[in-house]
Design a protein around this ligand. Sequence first.
Ligand SMILES: Cc1cc2nc3c(=O)[nH]c(=O)nc-3n(C[C@H](O)[C@H](O)[C@H](O)COP(=O)(O)O)c2cc1C
Length: 203
Amino acid sequence: MLGTSNQILILFAHPALEKSRVNRHLIQAVRGLDSVTVHDLYEEYPDLHINVKLEQNLLLAHDIIVFHHPFYWYSSPAILKEWQDLVLQHGFAYGHEGVALRGKKFLSAITTGGSDKAYCRQGYNFFTIRELLVPFEQTARLCGMEYLPPFVVHGTHQLREQDQIARHAEDYRRAIVALRDGAIAWDKLSQVKLLNENLALIL
Ligand SMILES: Cc1cc2nc3c(=O)[nH]c(=O)nc-3n(C[C@H](O)[C@H](O)[C@H](O)COP(=O)(O)O)c2cc1C
């Protein structure tokens, strides 16, 4: 995929965007980019009635699928679980004939209230963020997708809006643009646990 142009689908799920401090800046940073579709699930489906065919067609039309959401109870907000349960159908996403997603790439882009130090054996969340994201990783693998190191913004409540949140939003935009343009050192991805832990290494 180096040097090629990829279509990116960002499935965005935040149930109260008007109260968001961090995600509203992150999503704003990638809106309007060429070849990047921002699909706001709560805006599209306020009653949670997901249009399965439309969502599957969106998946077919893109090369890189991003689940972008705040981390809620060590997982995603409810609509994204509903989306997975309905859209990733047998015969479409998995199973003998379910090859629609094979070869695509998958990225989790999340924000957590807990700091990075909370996500380790000595911290109050005990598990690392990579361990807690394993259900997403294995879902991607079952669908034949390549799981990328996740983009994670930790410690959201401590972040200052003017500089720190703005810097994460800029990093998110840079990462998405690089994925779109195939301008990533794919061979170096195995050296990082998080996509945004050392952007200079992989961009
Ligand atoms: C229902 C709910 C569950 C949450 N669960 C977690 C969690 O499991 N781990 C964590 O670190 N933060 C958790 N948080 C904190 C959110 O991740 C944090 O508020 C969010 O990432 C901030 O982004 P925002 O400013 O865009 O809303 C939770 C918040 C809510 C409202």
